[in-house]
Design a protein around this ligand. Structure first.
Ligand SMILES: [Zn+2]
Length: 448
């Protein structure tokens, strides 16, 4: 039996790569994306374009929907999560939640160390770039290496401001300066809803140009590009449901180049929103939109947001489960195979990937053995090890006197306190689990 186990261990192709001080053990080869684009469409409610939903105004009247054929096509080539709710349907909290994976997040939390997806990405040598028309604030900007943002909060006189917080290649800075200067050309001579569309288009085109530049000139530099396009939200507030829907359709047309660039370069594209949008008819028969104030905050149209993900390692299909906006940050990290813990997150990893990674962190070097169905897959003496490319299913982790079973359907991090106490050797007093995945079940068995 022992011989059979040893042979099985030897048969498994394992590569050991040191990353960020941890040991990565590739159990099965994986196709991690070369980077990711997090596209936040400000105020885009999934009620207005998901085929399964029908939007209503606050009086219960049915509203028109957008024909977002391209976005749905992107979803068909990747994964679409059906029911995702924004716990605080407001712009700043929404972006704070997207950054931290914490449902009660605010800008102060974003400013904490190891709180955001950007901190985790930086640990793995990612460049963090952002193009944000709305949703940025000081703490969020500070987490970017470079960010183009609009400090005006006005579509009449928008600005493009550049903030550089770290060493960024000079040609990337130059490119972003070119696009910064190009905003007036996009808006020239355009008024009303046409101006709204041009403003969004500038955001998407700028992002596409940055992605193409990074892929062409820095193919080995991983990056996380965060994008916010702001005009769908503004249209919702001031132009009524018809123009809101029209602007979603226009964005749907503008998004194709960015998607193709991502697809061709094995990048992940994550399309979501900070919150949705609701409408009410005023006494004069005009529609007014909102999402954050007491009138709108509880409406499903204000809270239900899209989550569409494409990338080389994501599954194809629809996930018909209930999730929260706080699940998006840990899910994004799992797509990047960045198995880091977001310190304040209460979100879970949505099982969007074709495989799962399991990271085991001990407080001192200890023998860590991974088994499945009684067969040893790998055994190593280490204090921080990540098993990569595991098929979803039930696994057993053994350390010292302790064994725990892990139902792995998405990336998980397990923390083990293995050091001795009372002078005894390897007491393995406490085994604790950091929940970064919603589907995790743990059963601890103490050996006699
Ligand atoms: Zn917003």
């Amino acid at each position: 039996m022992q011989t059979r186990r040893i042979i099985l261990v030897l048969l498994i192709v394992c590569l050991i790569l040191p990353i960020a001080g941890a040991t990565d053990i590739v159990i099965n080869p994986v196709s991690s994306p070369n980077g990711a684009i997090l596209l936040v469409v400000d105020g885009l409610g999934s009620s207005y374009f998901y085929p399964e939903f029908v939007p209503y105004d606050l009086d219960g009247n049915e509203l028109m929907k957008a024909e977002a054929d391209n976005i749905i096509l992107i979803a068909d080539g990747g994964v679409r999560v059906l029911d995702v709710t924004a716990p605080q349907p407001k712009t700043t909290p929404g972006h704070s939640i997207l950054a931290t994976g914490y449902s009660h997040a605010n800008p102060s939390i974003v400013g904490f160390d190891d709180a955001t997806i950007f901190d985790s990405a930086h640990k793995h040598d990612y460049l963090c770039i952002a193009v944000m028309q709305k949703g940025d604030f000081e703490a969020l900007r500070a987490k970017q290496d470079i960010i183009l943002f609009d400090s005006s909060n006005s579509l009449k006189t928008p600005t493009a401001d550049l903030e550089i917080n770290a060493q960024v290649p000079a040609d990337v800075v130059e490119l972003m300066e070119e696009w910064q200067n190009g905003l007036p050309c996009y808006l020239e001579g355009k008024e009303g809803i046409e101006r709204y569309g041009a403003y969004n288009r500038w955001g998407i085109d700028t992002s596409d140009a940055i992605v193409r530049h990074m892929c062409n000139h820095y193919p080995n530099q991983k990056f996380l590009l965060t994008v916010n396009v702001g005009a769908v939200d503004v249209a919702g507030h001031y132009r009524g449901p018809e123009q809101y829907v029209k602007l979603i359709e226009e964005l749907d047309g503008d998004i194709c180049n960015l998607y193709c660039t991502c697809f061709e370069n094995d990048l992940a594209l994550i399309i979501t929103a900070d919150h949705g949008m609701s409408f009410r008819k005023t006494e004069n028969g005009r529609y007014v939109g909102g999402h954050a104030s007491d009138t709108y905050v509880d409406a499903v149209e204000s809270r239900r947001i899209p989550l569409i993900i494409s990338g080389p390692n994501v599954q194809i299909g629809i996930i018909n489960e209930t999730h929260g906006q706080e699940d998006i940050a840990p899910t994004l990290l799992s797509i990047l195979d960045v198995t880091e813990v977001l310190l304040h997150s209460d979100g879970g990893t949505i099982p969007v990937k074709k495989y799962a990674n399991l990271r085991v962190i001990a407080d001192s070097p200890t023998e860590i053995t991974l088994q499945r169905e009684g067969v040893i897959i790998y055994s190593i003496t280490d204090e921080d090890v990540t098993f990569i490319g595991l098929a979803p299913g039930e696994y057993t982790i053994s350390t010292g006197r302790h064994t725990m079973s892990v139902n792995l359907d998405s990336d998980q991090v397990i923390e083990i306190e293995a050091s001795s106490y009372d002078g005894t050797v390897l007491a393995a007093a406490i085994i604790s689990v950091i929940m970064i995945g919603g589907g995790l079940t743990i059963r601890e068995i103490i050996k006699e």
